[in-house]
Design a protein around this ligand. Structure first.
Ligand code: ADP
Length: 315
């Protein structure tokens, strides 16, 4: 291994950020439950999870952007005490140009050395897509190296390395890539309860006079918003009080105002923020995710609920 690359990985790819727990992620109860069983338990108790129960090598998280896929990756690492390696596939081809293959090899070696490890690859579609035009040769080589490395993971029974791929475009993955990500989990847009939790949590960071009933109204008006959209919405609303203050002092020095002069965030700030910050995911994209989930998803809530209904209550 090249020490230079090992050092670069430790510095730029190993995530040193805040640990993330399930409580930090609003909603997604079904996804959390699936992730617990499929990967966290096996990471925590490899002695029990052997043979048929062993840790899958690859987990694919797919769904619209800004719905918490990266957060889930981090939470998996936090809960299983794993080192979290995080890189976007597009930076492999742009930032690490010419060295990407070597970097991929080194990354897997370092991960194996520091296990338990979670290797999180964002925008995995851009590395493993079906297209082969353009600078085909270079991307083909990276793709091959990645698949070789992924195949090598978990060859020893005690290995505890999990590769997580995240994508907003699962349709672009080819069959070889799909097959390697044995577990494929849909991360949908937040449901009303999750939106409520997110908005309340975000508002708790600043002074606010938005009532519970008004939060319900915001929740009702943000159907189709992703977690990231809600974050932008609340940030925009939070600017309302400052804009008002700037308007009231008409050119006077903002620096002379104290933080205590800023009024709480209120409903009307949200009403105007809702005009600017719209849902970023189109309905037809959602239909495409649902369809892909129906065809290739490993965990299908509707299917499980239906089975439960058919079996009826236990006697
Ligand atoms: P992606 O699905 O694109 O990986 P991220 O996990 O990076 O999305 O989420 C982007 C941002 O959106 C997060 O930093 C967080 O602020 C917010 N967010 C999205 N979904 C959730 C959620 N379920 N709970 C809490 N925050 C969320």
């Amino acid at each position: 291994l090249e020490p230079r690359l090992v050092e670069m990985i430790a510095r730029e790819i190993v995530d040193h950020g805040q640990p993330v727990t399930w409580d930090d992620i609003a909603g997604l109860e079904f996804a959390k439950q699936c992730v617990n069983e499929a990967v966290i338990w096996p990471m925590q108790r490899p002695v029990i999870f052997t043979g048929l129960r062993r840790l899958p090598k690859g987990l694919l998280l797919f769904g619209p952007p800004g719905t918490g896929k990266t957060l889930i990756g981090k939470a998996i690492a936090t809960q299983s005490g794993a080192t979290f390696f995080s890189i976007s596939a597009s930076s492999l081809t742009s930032k690490w140009v010419g060295e990407a293959e070597k970097l991929v090899r080194t990354l897997f070696a370092v991960a194996s050395w520091r296990e338990p490890s979670v290797i999180f690859i964002d925008e995995i579609d851009s590395m493993l897509c079906q297209r082969t035009e353009g600078d085909a040769e270079a991307s083909r080589r990276i793709k091959t190296e990645f698949l070789v490395q992924l195949d090598g993971v978990g060859t020893r029974p005690e290995d505890r390395i999990l590769v997580i791929g995240a994508t907003n475009r699962p349709q672009e993955l080819d069959e070889a890539a799909r097959r390697r990500f044995v577990k494929r989990l849909y991360i949908p847009l937040p449901e009303p309860l999750a939106r409520r939790r997110l908005v309340s949590h975000l508002l708790s960071k600043n002074s606010s006079s938005v009532s519970d009933a008004e939060i319900d109204e915001i929740v009702a008006r943000t159907d189709g918003y992703s977690g990231a959209d809600l974050h932008s919405l609340c940030a925009e609303a939070a600017l309302g009080p400052v804009r008002d203050m700037a308007a009231s002092i008409k050119g006077a020095d903002l620096a002379s105002m104290s933080a205590a002069d800023v009024r709480p965030i209120r409903r009307s700030d949200f009403v105007s923020a809702l005009r600017h910050i719209r849902a970023s995911v189109a309905k037809r994209d959602l239909d495409a995710y649902e369809a892909w989930n129906g065809q290739f998803g490993s965990f299908n809530r509707a299917h499980e609920e239906q089975q439960g209904a058919e079996q009826g209550p236990p006697e």
